[in-house]
Design a protein around this ligand. Structure first.
Ligand SMILES: Nc1ncnc2c1ncn2[C@@H]1O[C@H](COP(=O)(O)OP(=O)(O)OP(=O)(O)O)[C@@H](O)[C@H]1O
Ligand SMILES: [Mg+2]
Length: 377
């Protein structure tokens, strides 16, 4: 499989130097996979790692419950850590505390509870990493109930990070925590976190990834890429994320084998795979992109983003800022240049477009074609 060696070593370097991290990346680039890999790599070096996926959770209590369960899992932490946590909880309740840690939830203030939990980990273990996946969904759920409680949650996390430096945090999610925080003016709570942007695969990693898919027979029809066929695929796709590499690889059906009986795809075989993916049956594979705009940006911002993308999708090399401003400005005369730059930054951040030279172009050739076919008005 495509090992993210450089990424893992940079994350490990940051953690070893005492930093906590927020990992920023658009959808389906491999954030969760990388978190799991970081856990695997840290284990032999004396790190205690605790992984929590908080998708679907709606309260701090639920998060703490999950954290407790992970801490109690056989072998996760030493008995003395558990004893210390229970002792601290007992002090908070002015009673002897017995049973599962989660029993104290509801009886002790949640902030004091997490202090006891994280403080005990800090006291007993020099290197702990708590990995929280989909944290922005939890923060959004808290905001929906009360923006104040979301703010208190994030600032408390910051305090835990400052007070207990042996416990580091690695936070990520399929929507950017930074975007959610900026919208609600909670950015200050994230100031202590090192930012780690995760990019899609390099050409070398993408090639290794597809080669592994083929070698392990994880594609529908067997094929072997040579340099020209890989280059053509990479150029057409543009955005080398595992998600789309998987999709294309699964649809490459070589029509004629070479003289030695090896199935090397021609350009036409690869182009057919792209055409097939752009057919109506597979529309759902692209649903996350529209969903992202609809869910995370209020109107009229979302409408403006659609209009900008409509403009950028026409040519593979995209459009200049002046043309976008003129074109979108026809329907939205109040759009200022500054406003446009903010919107373009959001689209860059979320993986839709990239700034190349003086033009803004779709990062994924496949998504560009999808946009032209189904969305562009
Ligand atoms: N380095 C890698 N090597 C092999 N497979 C990978 C790698 N990175 C990601 N994948 C695979 O690609 C798919 C998408 O990865 P993953 O779920 O980690 O992305 P994500 O960024 O967390 O997505 P989302 O935004 O939906 O949360 C998964 O099937 C995963 O197993
Ligand atoms: Mg994920």
């Amino acid at each position: 499989m495509a090992h993210r060696d450089n990424e893992v070593s940079e994350i490990v370097r940051l953690l070893e130097s005492g930093k906590s991290i927020q990992m920023l990346a658009p959808r389906r680039v491999g954030k969760t996979w990388l978190m799991r890999d970081v856990e695997r790599q840290l284990a032999p070096h004396g790190w205690l790692t605790i992984f929590c996926d908080v998708e679907g959770m709606g309260s701090e209590d639920e998060f703490l419950r999950d954290l407790c369960r992970k801490i109690e899992d056989a072998g996760t932490v030493k008995l003395r850590v558990l004893e210390q946590i229970k002792h601290r909880l007992g002090q908070l309740m002015s009673a002897t505390f017995e049973g599962n840690l989660a029993n104290a939830i509801g009886r002790v203030d949640v902030k004091q509870f997490s202090d006891a939990l994280v403080g005990s980990l800090h006291d007993n273990h020099p290197k702990v990493l708590i990995l929280v996946d989909e944290i922005s969904l939890l923060v959004s759920a808290l905001i929906a109930k009360s923006p104040e409680s979301a703010k208190a949650f994030l600032y408390h996390l910051r305090k835990l990070n400052q007070s207990y430096p042996n416990v580091r945090w690695l936070l990520t999610g399929s929507i950017g925590l930074d975007v959610v925080a900026r919208r609600w003016e909670l950015g200050g709570a994230l100031l202590d976190l090192a930012i780690f942007p995760l990019e899609p695969f390099s050409a070398k990693e993408a090639r290794a990834y597809i080669d592994a898919l083929c070698a392990e027979r994880r594609v529908r029809w067997h094929f072997v890429l040579d340099d020209p066929s890989f280059d053509h695929l990479a150029e057409q796709l543009g955005w080398l994320s595992p998600y789309y590499l998987d999709m294309i690889a699964d649809r490459i059906n070589v029509q004629t084998q070479d003289a030695g009986g090896v199935a090397v795809p021609t350009k036409a075989d690869i182009d057919r795979a792209f055409e097939e993916l752009l057919g109506p049956s597979y529309r759902n594979y692209f649903a996350a992109w529209e969903e992202h705009l609809n869910k995370n940006f209020p109107k009229p911002e979302s409408e403006l983003l659609y209009a900008i993308l409509d403009c950028c999708c026409v040519r593979p090399d995209g459009e200049t800022e002046a043309t976008i401003l003129a074109s979108v400005g026809r329907n939205y005369p109040s759009l200022s240049r500054r406003n446009l730059m903010n919107l373009l930054s959001a689209l860059v951040h979320d993986g839709f477009v990239a700034e190349v030279g003086d033009r803004w172009r779709f990062r994924s050739g496949l998504l560009r074609r999808y946009w032209m076919k189904y969305i562009c008005t």
